[in-house]
Structure formats: structure tokens, C-alpha cells
Design a protein around this ligand. Structure first.
Ligand code: AHR
Length: 649
């Protein structure tokens, strides 16, 4: 009897070892492919106030008075306690032929203790930080005989508290540039502030452009917000796809991203209407995009305007398209030419003598929307001209495997095609196990130039999605993670991939699209759970793809290895509301260190981050013990896990 019991126990133990409930097997005996070195990157465009009111650190909204042709929006009169002033747009006294309107300020009654003038409300407030130096630049002129001074200050919304202030004198009848440094003391951080220009005596002055910058990333004068740049650098991106997206196309040919109008001094950039319903200053222009890449040690993926705009206008291939092709060639020369080339010289004049590295050029954006079916011809014309002059460049078609074969470019073989996936979490979960497996490995390489999972009932372009939070919750991050794992398993073919959109200003009225990766207001920023999922993937990549097989489990995942150190990065996604004990088998290794780091992003599906709760869902790193070539790891419910396994082959 005792013998039988022992036998039964042995059989049960053996049985559970032979047929484990769920298994994830990694073949580490040989690499199944090479991970593309450019695999993880970023996509950006002006949407949701990504630049103006976002990454571009300018604090004055409507700095050149062009946002509205009849009213000086975001500007208001300052006149208290009997002081009197008025403001009006004045198109008859422009600063130059680019900034075609100025603001006339007439102060009719004011005194030292009772100044009057004009205030700007900023991009949903002016961020006031303690012990911080701000740089105000004011292009101004005067009718005659105004001795000054002019006071420049950052004050509370009610004007009663002065956070920082400075003065300038020397106004003349011609336009002159004035720079004023404003320093705050020990203040409590706030966005409930405005920027003011006031006079303490009657007078009339014209303002041509008013700019205010806080400290910027790398102290660039026309630079970027530090907190947002740090968040991007932390993602370890290898490329930046810019300037769109819809932003490269514009609603019309006239409102395309016309790169030549976005370079040179900021007071000579007219700006333009962006397709997302507001005006762009073009303060973040072509050179700033390139410097942004440089700051992140990422390379540009340059999208050129290709003769199709969102409201349906297209430029016919042939002579009509030739000027746009020339513009693209000039643009590539601006990026890559040395200072002896004409556009390289222009870039040097703009302050950047060294050429930038460029390997990939994308011809347009989402050209499957072009009902005239002119893309094949337009692509061919751009491709031929670019290849003739820059044979080393890869040329990307905007129509990829997510679109019907009949719409693809057939007259040329694109080096790469761009696929866009905005899908519900359920759809990503369904499509990810087989994604890209069937693709022709001898065809064009793949760029997944925009992707994101949405977790609400509405796709991002449905206006009803505007009522949902701007950034996605943990459920969406799980959907993103299964799709990232699928792309990673195919990262020999998928050369580049990037989430979109990157940024959202969370203030009401500032956004047009959700979900977005990083949210912010004027003073603080946070990453969505998807941001942290992407960070976990992009910082643990390696250079070799390892084959994986999962059995009896809904867990999806991917494994890669660093060929120099042998470290294996195992990514696992548990989409279930219950913990999943998973048997992990690493084949083809002689040993594995018994301790491994596990980064875990987990929680309730609806958990999310926000301005007020920026770190509710963040990865937690723990040490896993008892790691062996075959071991069991229990994934928490609703979790994304990256296991770093130190293996020897
Ligand atoms: O990412 C938002 C928009 O989605 C992009 O501008 C466009 O390319 C796509 O339709």
C-alpha cells in the first residue's frame, strides 16, 4: 500500500513535469535573425500642441500676432486702478515681409504706481519655477519720443504678485530688438501666471514679435523643454520620423510643411496653418528637427512633401511635380551637404556647419488616401531623382502591407514601405501572434511608421474619443506590448517602428487625437503606461532574434540576445486577470545565472497615469531567483515583464 502511494506521488510529479500547463520555449542555440539597429525610434508632428505649447520651449502664445487676422488672441490689456490702455493689430506697420502684422499698444493714462500695457496668457499659463532665469526677446518700435522705460514681467493671473521683472529703454522709430533677463526667487511653482509688458507713462509702442524662453535642453536659444527631452532620451530612440504624419502634407498644397519657410531667424518665419486646426509658428523648423535628432543621438527619417494634401489636392507627376521634387533634393542637401554646397552653406549660415547623417527618406504620408491614384507616378519621380543624386539613400513608400496590394507602388521597388496600425487592444491581441510571419523576406523592408493600441470604444479619429483621457491606460499598454513583441520577433524585416502620436498637451482645447504617449501641461509631464512599456522594450533589445514557441498559454512574448554579453532579454505579456505560472525553457545554453532582473509593469487594466498621478503605473524591478535552463516564473495578472537572463552557450 505504501509502495503504491509513493508510486502515485512520483507519477503525479513526473506527470506535471512532462505536461506543464503553460510553456514558453526559447531556442538560444542559434540566432534566428539580426535585430535591425534602427528598430526603435520616435515619430513626431505638430498635433495636440506637440511643439507650440509642447516640446518647443517658447512660452508666448501668438508671439507674432498672426494666429488670428482680426483679434490679438491670447493678448489682453493691462490697465487697473484708473490706468488706460488699448491694443489693436496693425497690418500697416509690419516687422518685415514674413511677420506681416504688429500689435499697437496705446497707453493713455498710467503712472509708476499704476502702469498699463499688455499681457499674454501663454500656452495655458506661464510656468513659474523657483530660482529660474527666463529670457525675453522683444522686437519693438515707437512713434516718436518715448523715453521709456518699458517693464517686462511675469506676474500672477490677477497681476498682484510679481514673480520676476526687468526693464529696457532705448525704443526708436525703427524696429529694434531688446533682450531682458527675468529671474524668479523662491516661488512656489505655478502655471497660474501671465507675461506682461507695461509702461508707467502714456505712450504708443508697436510690438513686432514677443518671445519668452525658460532654460532649455543643452541651453539652445531656440530650444526644447528639458523635462520632455529627458523623457525622449530615456527611450533610447535610434531615429526620429518627421515632420509627419499629416503635418508634412497639410490640408492644402499651400499649407504643406514648406521646409524653406521654416529655417533662418525665428523673426523671419511666417508660420503656417497646420492640419490639426491651429497655426504653427514654425519655430521648430527643419534645423531644429535635425538638432533634436542630434540631441537624442538618433538619426533623421525625413518625410518629404510628395504632392498630395489632405483635402484631396494632388500634383500631377511630370513637369507639374518637378518643383516639389527639386524642393526635396534641396532639403536633402540642406541636411547632408557640406558647407560648399548651396543648401549646406545655408545650413552653416543658420548655425550648423556640420552635415547630418541621413539614410532614409519617406515620400509623403499615407498616400493611399489619394483617390486620383497618382502615387505610383509621384513616387517614381521622387525616387528616380533621389537615387540619381543620392544612391545610398533608402526611399520609403507610404503604402505598405496594411493596404490592398493593388494600391501599392508597382513601377519601382521601394526600399521600404511604411505600415500604420491604429488598432483596438483586442485586434492587436488577435493579430500579433501571426503578424509579419507570412511577409516576403525578399520584398521591401518594413517600417511601421505609426502604431498604437486604443482601449476605448472609439478609434483615435472618432471625435467621441476626445471625451476620453488623452493618454491610454494599462490595458492599452498590454495591447501595445503584444504588438511590440510581434514586431520584435520580425525585427530582421521590420527595420524601424515608432508609436504615434508622441505628445499631447492635456489642456482642454489643446488636443485633437488620442491615445498619445506623453502628456503634459505648461509645467509638468508624465508618461502613459504605454510609454513605460516602450521604454522597457527599447532599453532591453540586444542584436539577435531568438525563436520562441509558446504552448498552452495566452502569454505572448519575444526573446532577443546581446551577442557580445550573451544576455537574453525575454519579454512576456500576460493579458489575463489571473497570475500565470509559466515554465520557461531555454534551449541551447550550457548555463544560466540563477539570479535575473525582472522589470514588471502591472496593475488593474484601467490604471493610468496623469498630471496629478504621474507615477501610478510604472515598472518595478525585482530579482528573480532559481533561474535555470528550465524554470517556472509566475507572471502577475495584467502584466508586461522583461526578464534579463545571463546565459552562456
Ligand atoms: O498620428 C496621427 C495621424 O494618423 C497622422 O498624422 C497620420 O499619418 C495618421 O493618419
Amino acid at each position: 500500500m505504501k509502495k503504491l502511494a509513493t508510486l502515485l506521488i512520483c507519477t503525479l510529479t513526473l506527470g506535471s513535469q512532462l505536461s506543464p500547463a503553460s510553456t514558453f520555449t526559447i531556442d538560444a542555440g542559434h540566432a534566428a535573425g539580426k535585430v535591425s539597429p534602427l528598430f526603435c525610434g520616435l515619430m513626431t508632428e505638430e498635433i495636440n500642441h506637440s511643439y507650440d505649447g509642447g516640446l518647443y520651449a517658447e512660452l508666448i502664445q501668438n508671439r507674432a500676432f498672426l494666429d488670428n487676422s482680426t483679434t490679438p488672441v491670447h493678448w489682453s490689456v493691462v490697465a487697473n486702478n484708473g490706468a488706460e490702455a488699448s491694443i489693436v493689430l496693425d497690418a500697416s506697420s509690419p516687422l518685415n515681409d514674413k511677420l506681416t502684422t504688429s500689435l499697437r499698444l496705446r497707453v493713455t493714462k498710467a503712472a509708476k504706481e499704476n502702469p498699463a500695457g499688455v499681457a499674454n496668457s501663454g500656452y495655458w499659463g506661464i510656468p513659474v519655477q523657483p530660482k529660474t532665469t527666463y529670457r525675453a526677446t522683444i522686437l519693438a518700435g515707437v512713434e516718436s519720443n518715448f523715453p521709456g522705460p518699458v517693464t517686462v514681467s511675469i506676474v500672477s493671473e490677477d497681476g498682484r504678485t510679481v514673480y520676476a521683472s526687468g526693464k529696457f529703454t532705448g525704443l526708436t522709430t525703427g524696429w529694434k530688438k531688446f533682450e531682458v533677463t527675468l529671474k524668479t526667487g523662491k516661488v512656489v511653482p505655478t502655471t497660474k501666471a501671465r507675461f506682461q509688458i507695461t509702461l508707467d507713462q502714456p505712450g504708443m509702442i508697436w510690438l513686432g514679435m514677443v518671445s519668452l524662453f525658460p532654460p532649455t535642453w543643452n541651453n539652445q536659444p531656440n530650444g526644447f523643454r528639458k523635462d520632455l527631452m529627458q523623457m525622449l532620451v530615456d527611450l533610447n530612440p535610434k531615429f526620429l520620423r518627421f515632420p509627419g504624419g499629416n503635418y508634412v502634407e497639410g490640408d492644402t498644397v499651400e499649407t504643406r510643411f514648406d521646409w524653406k519657410k521654416t529655417i533662418g531667424p525665428i523673426e523671419e518665419r511666417h508660420g503656417h496653418q497646420c492640419p490639426w486646426g491651429y497655426r504653427s509658428t514654425d519655430g521648430l523648423g527643419l534645423l531644429e528637427f535635425l538638432e533634436w535628432c542630434e540631441d537624442m543621438k538618433a538619426e533623421p527619417v525625413l518625410a518629404v512633401y510628395a504632392g498630395y494634401s489632405l483635402k484631396g489636392a494632388h500634383v500631377n507627376p511630370g513637369p507639374e511635380l518637378a518643383p516639389y521634387v527639386q524642393d526635396a533634393l534641396d532639403e536633402i542637401e540642406y541636411v547632408t551637404g557640406d558647407a560648399n554646397t548651396s543648401w549646406g552653406a545655408e545650413r552653416a549660415k543658420d548655425g550648423h556647419p556640420a552635415p547630418f547623417k541621413l539614410n532614409n527618406v519617406e515620400i509623403g504620408n499615407e498616400d493611399w488616401f489619394d483617390k486620383s491614384k497618382s502615387y505610383d507616378g509621384r513616387f517614381a519621380q521622387f525616387c528616380d531623382a533621389i537615387k540619381a543624386r543620392y544612391p545610398q539613400l533608402k526611399v520609403i513608400s507610404t503604402i505598405g502591407n496594411d493596404q490592398p496590394e493593388t494600391s501599392h507602388v508597382h513601377s519601382r521597388q521601394p526600399d521600404m514601405t511604411d505600415e500604420h496600425y491604429y488598432r483596438s487592444v483586442d485586434e492587436f491581441v488577435r493579430m500579433s501572434p501571426g503578424y509579419a510571419r507570412q511577409y516576403d523576406r525578399t520584398g521591401p523592408e518594413i517600417f511601421v511608421g505609426e502604431w498604437a493600441a486604443y482601449e476605448t470604444s472609439f478609434p483615435p479619429w472618432d471625435r467621441r474619443s476626445q471625451h476620453e483621457p488623452p493618454t491610454p491606460n494599462l490595458k492599452a499598454a498590454l495591447g501595445d506590448a503584444v504588438f511590440m513583441a510581434a514586431m520584435e520577433r520580425n525585427s530582421d524585416l521590420i527595420r524601424m517602428q515608432c508609436y504615434a502620436p508622441l505628445f499631447v498637451n492635456v489642456n482642454a482645447g489643446a488636443r485633437q487625437w488620442r491615445p498619445d504617449l506623453i502628456g503634459y501641461d505648461a509645467i509638468s509631464a508624465y508618461g502613459s503606461p504605454s510609454y513605460y512599456a516602450i521604454r522597457m522594450f527599447s532599453r532591453n533589445l540586444g542584436d539577435e532574434i531568438l525563436s520562441t514557441v509558446s504552448s498552452q498559454t495566452a502569454v505572448q512574448g519575444s526573446a532577443t540576445r546581446d551577442s557580445k554579453t550573451g544576455e537574453i532579454f525575454l519579454k512576456l505579456v500576460n493579458l489575463q486577470a489571473t497570475a500565470e505560472p509559466l515554465q520557461i525553457e531555454i534551449k541551447g545554453v550550457t548555463s544560466v545565472a540563477s539570479k535575473a532582473d525582472a522589470a514588471v509593469l502591472a496593475g488593474n487594466l484601467e490604471d493610468s497615469n496623469s498630471i496629478t498621478q504621474p507615477r501610478k503605473v510604472v515598472p518595478v524591478t525585482t530579482t528573480v531567483r532559481g533561474v535555470k535552463p528550465v524554470f517556472t516564473y509566475t507572471l502577475p495578472p495584467n502584466s508586461i515583464v522583461v526578464l534579463k537572463l545571463k546565459a552562456r552557450s
